[in-house]
Write a new protein. Structure first.
Length: 703
């Protein structure tokens, strides 16, 4: 996992000049103030790019620089900022920026990268907004204050609880201090205590040992002060901290982050803290809790630890194990899992185990949401039986949706299989080839604009002659399948065999069973997909439990080469989406679903090419809602599909008694199997066991 960290010069912490990874010693020489992210950089051997100021400039940073001493301002003025164009984005798997400074245009250009950001100042309004949802096109907001939702990560984008990374091994490479019987006080965490100097003196008197402490930032001298000795660098600060045996965080009154707790623990210092420091809950041994602002009890705890060397050893081992697991291994594991999710690999539910109130065990996290939703479902079911209220039924549909999507991570489409079928001069009028070629040309133009692998599959059903359309499409890079007339005669219903020579849904099943993409788009040959569809499919993470649909718009085929704005101005009719079961309207023109949930059209319906696509949608709902055919929560409309209008479209021929597409008046919701599903195909569906012969490059004959 190759990591890059980005920051602007005006972000006062961290380093102020670009640093390509070489070693930990050289990295620390460039550090300013605390050792934030030092462990992350060392463990991942990350590069750090300081880039020119962008649109995001924090008022907090500006005010700090205004109050900074001349020495700090001199460091700021001497920084070296790279230009955005200088960064080799393609070298990295994960980009972590300090604040959301990367523009959407850059993020969209590199869909394989996991884009994350921290916000350093948790008191800012932008931090609170990020804790709910990441800004822009970012995949992750890394909430070091641990105030985001602690639900499992089931898709991106997402705000997640993830602390800063601290590594004992990284500190051991640069810190060589010898331990002394001293207590280190950090006034950044105890500055609310009145009469701080009195507190320090009383504690020193009771313990009989030296008390070092970090004074509040004194910009007249330097950015860090410890006792009366001013450290010249972050290295000296770490050495001074590591030379103490005890580290005290004692502020009280409100929840604080307490970032110094894992830092001190990684340095092998015993951390004593009140329970108002969030990070202390993950680091502190039960024997090291102290009462807020109470030097008597604090001295008592330290004395108890002092007289028991065995307890000291246990506390240090406990702290190290917790720091190693929760501030190193766990954050890196979550980032690697999210990277897999971004790239379309299903890693399983990802648990961060962090919250403001302490950790949940992984089994607790795994079971909590499922148990809660199941309990709600049971209650709603009882209310439904007792009251029969439609609102209660809708609530139950909503809960089924959450139960399914909880267990299904959103993934990005890495390879899209586009599947459609046809037949020369069949039931789609005499200009079928011209309409199909115009649509293919426009769709391939749109594909060329995005970074997405597309597999084109064409199924030619029951050809009327050996002048196959497949030969022409194979030259365009299509995988083509020609289904023999013998198979058609075998599966067609005798009631319609005299007028129904093309069975499009049987043909599409042939393509679905042979597609190799991770997402399938089943459509018709004369359809063009708008820019919104391509944007969603190529850039967004999709949920495998959702069946994605698009609104159908009929236009003249002669307009396929026009801009989408012109196409929208020349609509003949628009199949508007209202609500309820409208998710099944004109479904055959656009069905986008994951290969994880492989589903075909009903092959018991061999007497009609009408309403079979809607039946597919009802079955999708039934399989996810215990037989409920109308759960619209599992459908999402993502754009518009433009279909060429012609004389045999269903809208123009539905008044006919004997449709060339078979029966029109039949119940598309009739049930043909046991269980929740509306129908289930046999294992042989899609003619998967029929013999195949490659008759030309890219063309296979079935039958």
């Amino acid at each position: 996992m190759r990591v890059c960290i980005l920051k602007q010069p005006n972000a006062v912490e961290f380093i102020w000049s670009t640093h390509r990874w070489s070693n930990a010693q050289e990295l620390l020489d460039n550090y300013v103030m605390r050792s934030t992210n030092f462990g992350l950089v060392c463990e991942t051997q990350a590069d750090i790019w300081v880039v020119e100021d962008g649109e995001y400039v924090s008022d907090t940073y500006v005010s700090l620089l205004t109050r900074a001493p001349e020495g700090v301002n001199a460091l700021y003025r001497s920084h070296s900022a790279a230009k955005w164009a200088d960064i080799p984005w393609e070298e990295y798997d994960v980009i972590i920026s300090l604040d959301p400074i990367v523009s959407d245009s850059i993020i969209i250009r590199y869909p394989e990268i996991l884009w994350c950001y921290y916000e350093q100042e948790h008191a800012m309004e932008s931090f609170r907004a990020s804790a709910k949802s990441p800004f822009g096109k970012y995949d992750l907001f890394l909430n070091h204050a641990l105030s985001s939702s602690n639900d499992p990560i089931i898709g991106l984008p997402r705000s997640i609880n993830l602390p800063y990374v601290y590594s004992r091994d990284a500190f051991n490479r640069v810190v060589t201090a010898e331990k002394h019987e001293r207590v280190y006080l950090d006034s950044r965490c105890i500055r609310d205590i009145p009469h701080l100097e009195f507190f320090r003196m009383q504690l020193a008197r009771k313990l009989g040992i030296e008390i070092d402490h970090c004074k509040p930032w004194d910009f007249k001298n330097s950015h860090l002060c410890v006792a009366n000795k001013v450290p010249s660098s972050t290295r000296e600060y770490l050495n001074q901290l590591a030379s103490c045996k005890y580290f005290l965080l004692n502020r009280g009154g409100s929840n604080n982050i307490g970032q110094s707790a894992p830092e001190a623990a990684a340095l092998g210092v015993i951390v004593l803290s009140d329970k108002y420091q969030i990070y202390s809950h993950y680091v502190c041994h039960p024997k090291t809790w102290v009462r807020p602002r109470d030097y008597d009890s604090t001295a008592g705890v330290i004395k108890e630890i002092q007289k028991d060397p065995n307890l000291q050893r246990k506390i240090i081992e406990y702290q190290f194990e917790r720091t190693q697991n929760l501030f190193l291994n766990q954050p890196l594991r979550v980032l690697r899992s999210c990277l897999k999710m971004k790239r379309g690999v299903k890693p399983g539910n990802i648990y961060t185990v962090y919250s403001e109130h302490g950790t949940d065990s992984l089994p607790q996290m795994a079971k909590k949401s499922v148990k809660y939703i199941r309990r709600l479902l049971g209650g709603v079911k009882r209310r439904l039986c007792r009251e029969g209220v439609e609102e209660v039924a809708e609530m139950r549909r909503h809960l089924f949706f959450h139960l399914k999507t909880f267990r299904s991570e959103k993934v990005q489409c890495r390879k899209l299989s586009i599947i459609f079928a046809g037949q020369r001069n069949a039931s789609y009028a005499t200009d079928f080839k011209e309409r199909m070629m115009a649509a293919i040309e426009r769709n391939q133009q749109e594909v060329a604009k995005i970074s997405l692998e597309v597999e084109w599959i064409f199924v030619e059903w029951n050809p009327l002659s050996e002048d196959y359309l497949s030969y022409e499409l194979a030259k365009k890079g299509f995988r083509c399948y020609v289904v023999s007339p013998d198979i058609h005669k075998r599966v067609i219903s005798p009631q319609v065999s005299d007028r129904m020579v093309f069975m499009q849904f049987f043909a599409k099943n042939v393509g679905i069973r042979r597609a190799t993409g991770d997402w399938f788009l089943v459509t018709n040959a004369d359809c063009v997909f708008d820019e919104e569809i391509w944007k969603v499919v190529s850039n967004e993470c999709l949920c495998p439990e959702i069946l994605y649909r698009a609104e159908r718009c009929d236009i003249p085929a002669s307009r396929f080469d026009k801009p989408f704005k012109v196409m929208r101005e020349n609509l003949i009719r628009r199949h508007s989406i209202g609500g309820g079961s409208d998710f099944a309207q004109a479904a055959g023109d656009f069905l986008l679903f994951s290969s994880q949930n492989l589903l075909g059209f009903d092959e018991t319906v061999n007497f009609s090419d009408v309403h079979v696509d809607g039946r597919f949608c009802y079955n999708w709902s039934a399989l996810r809602s215990r037989g409920d055919l109308g759960n619209w929560h599992f459908f999402r409309f993502i754009g518009q599909v433009f279909k060429a209008d012609h004389e045999l479209t269903f809208v123009k021929t539905q008044h006919l008694e004997n449709l060339p597409r078979g029966f029109k008046n039949w119940n598309s919701r009739f049930k043909t199997c046991k269980g929740m599903a509306l129908y289930r195909n046999s294992q042989k569906w899609g003619m998967i066991e029929e013999p195949e012969t490659e008759i030309r490059e890219g063309v296979w004959y079935i039958g």
